[in-house]
Each structure stands twice: as C-alpha cells, then as structure tokens.
Design a protein around this ligand. Structure first.
Ligand code: CU
Length: 341
C-alpha cells in the first residue's frame, strides 16, 4: 500500500478523492481558525479585563446590533458554504454515470462476493482498470455491511433486502484497502479485501484470463426459464397474465393504485419476493412469491437479465447484447436453456 504525504490520510486514488480531501481541509481549516481565534480572544480578554481591585465593579455594557449582525451573518455564510460544497460532492457521488461498468457486490458474514457484468467472480478482491467508471450494485445476504474504499473516499452501507449503489473512477494503479465499515458480527474486523487497480490493457488481459464464467445476465436468463417466469412474462405479452419485461428496467411503471414508480433493482426484487406489494395497472395479483426460492445472488442474476432486455439501450452491460437477442426466442419457451444452478 502506498502512503500519502500526510501519514494519517490514505492514498488519494480516485477522481473524487481530491475533492473530498479539499472539502475536508476546508472544514478542518475553518475549525482550526475559529478554535485559535476564540481561544486567543478568551486569553486576551481574561488578561485585559482581569479584576484589579478587590471591590472593583465592571462598567455596564450596552448591546451592539452591529456586532450581533456580524457574528450571525459571517457564520451563516460559512455554514452555507460547507452545506453547498458538501451537497455538490454528495450529489456527484450518489448519481452513478450512465456509461459506468456494473459490478455486483454481495456482502455476507464475513466476505465480499463480487461479480463483474462479464461474469468474472472474485472474493475479497476487485480488479478494476484506471480511467473507467465503475458502478457497484450492492446487497447483503445477512446483516448490514458497509463497502468502504478509503483511497477512493467512497463508502456506502450494504443492506439485506435492498440494493445500494456507489461508483468510482480509479486514477492510480496499485492495491488499496477494502474494509467493511459497519460492525457485522464476530469476524467483522476480518471482513477486508483489496482493490487492485490496473492499466486498462492489463485489466483487459486479466478479464480475458477469467472468461470461463457465465455472465449474470445469461445465468439470470436460465433462472427465468427454470423458475417458470417465462410462462407469464413473455417478451411480447404472450401468456398475458403478467406484464412484459422487455424495456421495463429504468422505465416508468403504472400501478393499480394509480401510483407511478421507476423500475429499479429494488422494485424488481420486491416484485419477485412480494409480488402483491406493487401490482401493475391492468393485471391481477396472481403471481406467487419466490421468497426463499432464490438466493440474493440469483436475484442479482435475474435483475441483470431483465436489465439486458432493453429495447434499444446500447449502454447496458456487454453480456446484455447476446442475452437480449436470445430473449424473444427463449421467452416463447421453445428452447429452454439447460439450468446449471
Ligand atoms: Cu461486514
């Protein structure tokens, strides 16, 4: 691990880490400045206005509006500058760019299971290239964990029954710490790993050296067959009992209670585990629950498959293309793919 110029600050290795550091230095600077100023003024006043005679009575002091406005307005401006600056970084960090490469992360006591959208799996390690945006889609199999890469200044909770996201773009090759930053049981302190940042060419050869693994979208397509989803959710509305899933992901969904939502990972997961929670307008709540029948990793695979069924969305992940092409044929149920799960 590299060390940075200040021993207590981790290496700065992502596009956002410099911005976070600048804000952090500003906050520290403001804190230091006012601590010294207030401490200095207190010391000065203690000496200047000390009691000189045992029976001395101080002069009465009238208020000063000028002074009060000054010490209200200046701190207000400083506090707002912290808010605006912090919010700007927060918004930038919490909105993954559209063209990011997706990586799935499943936390469990006590390891990180990682899968690239091209299929490669890793445990407690994540290989990434520099200069490419990486979006992490994270969930947990058991308790709350937290995926923390200090050198990238990114950190987000990983929750059971929910998907959280974060993204980064690494700027410096090297090996960096990965920590679980949420106490998650006995071996929490051992839930650590490495982020290995490589040159893009090196990364591409690493990827091609691990190609024998099935992509999540293809695995999801097989699950879609073997679980019988296809008999109701046909690509072009065949079956008719369930809404078609092509083009669903990221689009608007109209529910039978007149509400509208955007189809994201959490919505699809809820619809698989608790189908009656949000029923699409025009359909009956007849779908059985699949809770307990699919593991969190299989849920990710199904979601990944549904994502790949975009009508015209070239930005979706690389394995999407073959899966999307295969979808209409497979959804008729004519050629069931073998189930390797
Ligand atoms: Cu943990």
């Amino acid at each position: 691990m590299q060390t940075s110029w200040l021993p207590f600050i981790p290496e700065s290795a992502s596009t956002v880490s410099g911005k976070v550091d600048a804000l952090y230095f500003y906050l520290s600077g403001v804190t230091l400045f006012f601590s010294l100023l207030i401490g200095g003024v207190i010391t000065f006043f203690v000496i200047k206005y000390r009691r000189r005679l045992p029976n001395e009575i101080p002069r009465p002091i009238a208020g000063s509006h000028k002074l009060e406005i000054l010490w209200s307005v200046i701190p207000f401006i400083i506090a707002m500058s912290m808010f605006a600056w912090g919010a700007q970084i927060y918004f930038q960090n919490s909105r993954p760019p559209k063209n990011a490469n997706e990586v799935y992360v499943v936390g469990k006591q006590w390891m990180w299971k990682i899968q690239h959208s091209t299929g490669q799996r890793e445990i407690n390690e994540l290989h990434v290239p520099i200069g490419r945006k990486i979006k992490l889609i994270m969930t947990s199999e058991d308790t709350i964990h937290d995926f923390f890469i200090p050198a990238f200044r990114i950190k987000a909770d990983v929750l059971p029954g929910k998907y959280t996201m974060q993204w980064f773009e690494a700027t410096k090759p090297g090996t960096y710490h990965l920590f679980c930053a949420e106490y998650c049981g006995m071996n929490h302190s051992g839930m650590i790993g490495s982020i290995i940042v490589m040159q893009p060419t090196e990364f591409d050869s690493w990827l091609s050296g691990n190609v024998n693994q099935q992509s999540p979208a293809v695995a999801g397509q097989q699950l879609f067959q073997s679980l019988g989803c296809v008999s109701c959710h046909g690509a072009n509305g065949e079956g008719g009992r369930g809404p078609t899933l092509a083009g669903l992901f990221g689009g608007k969904v109209f529910l039978n209670n007149n509400q509208t939502l955007t189809a994201d990972e959490s919505y699809i997961r809820e619809s698989i585990e608790n189908p009656a929670a949000k029923v699409v307008n025009g359909f009956n709540p007849i779908m059985p629950t699949f809770q307990g029948q699919v593991t969190p990793e299989q849920l990710i695979q199904i979601i990944s498959y549904i994502k790949s069924l975009q009508i015209s969305n070239p930005q979706s992940t690389t394995p999407a293309a073959p899966a999307a092409k295969a979808a209409p044929a497979s959804q008729t149920g004519a050629t069931p793919a073998p189930n390797k799960q």
